[in-house]
Design a protein around this ligand. Structure first.
Ligand code: SF4
Length: 221
């Protein structure tokens, strides 16, 4: 896990949210969760202290070493693509004040989704909030109550209890997803299928982008 001090320092440096560390941004297809299959412009912000052992973007943990981009630059890049659907992810995007970025995106009529662990207070204007709670740093109740989507990664049998604990804290309209940890897909998908059949309030989320990249030997799509 990255030292927490790095992130505290980063935040205490007074990041107003006018300029943000963008690890990468790219136009692709949302691969997982409720919006799976939709073309979207992804903005991945650097910085995360959650430390999930199965994290597939560990390069995003550091909050430093990424290009610092103004909100105007980020929006201008998003406008180059035909879709007006943006996904802000990380890292942990809630480490930053996203008020300005989301306001500028809304001014350009973007629909804006965020993927967050829910562990930090969330700023900004959102059309879709996906909370993916992590045992390593539990989500805030205020974020669970804002969630449109709860997406729980199943990496261990005990994660079903973790999923239910968080599901009990979201509001009724929130969509519920169980997602097998990709590297243990074959182990976890059978019990997930059985579980969802018994608990139909849940649906299965697959990281379809990862299957695609393996099938076609590409880094991304
Ligand atoms: Fe990786 Fe997301 Fe976990 Fe952070 S919260 S360690 S970015 S999976």
């Amino acid at each position: 896990m990255r030292p927490v001090t790095e992130f505290i320092l980063n935040m205490s440096a007074g990041n107003s949210g006018d300029v943000l560390p963008v690890m990468e941004s790219f136009y692709t297809i949302q691969g997982e969760g409720y919006h799976s299959g939709r073309p979207a412009f992804f903005i991945r912000l650097g910085g995360c202290d959650i430390g999930c052992v199965w994290c597939d973007v560990k390069e995003s943990w550091s909050s430093t070493g990424h290009p610092m981009k103004s909100c105007e630059e980020i929006v201008a890049e998003a406008l180059q693509e035909p879709s007006r659907f943006v996904v802000i992810t990380g890292g942990e995007p809630a480490l930053y004040d996203l008020t300005r970025l989301t306001r500028l995106l809304h001014e350009k009529v973007f629909e804006i989704a965020v993927e967050t662990s829910g562990a930090y207070p969330l700023t900004g204007e959102w059309d879709w909030i996906c909370v993916s709670p992590k045992k390593f740093k539990a989500p805030l109740q205020e974020n669970l109550e804002k969630a449109h989507e709860l997406k729980v990664v199943i990496n261990h049998t005990s994660d079903f209890d973790w999923a239910e604990k968080n599901a009990a804290a979201v509001l009724k309209h929130c969509k519920l997803f169980l997602q097998p940890e990709y590297d243990k897909f074959e182990k976890h998908i059978p019990p997930i299928i059985d579980y969802v059949k018994l608990h139909p309030e849940w649906s299965i989320s697959l990281q379809t982008h990862r299957f695609y990249t393996v099938m076609y030997n590409r880094n991304s799509y």
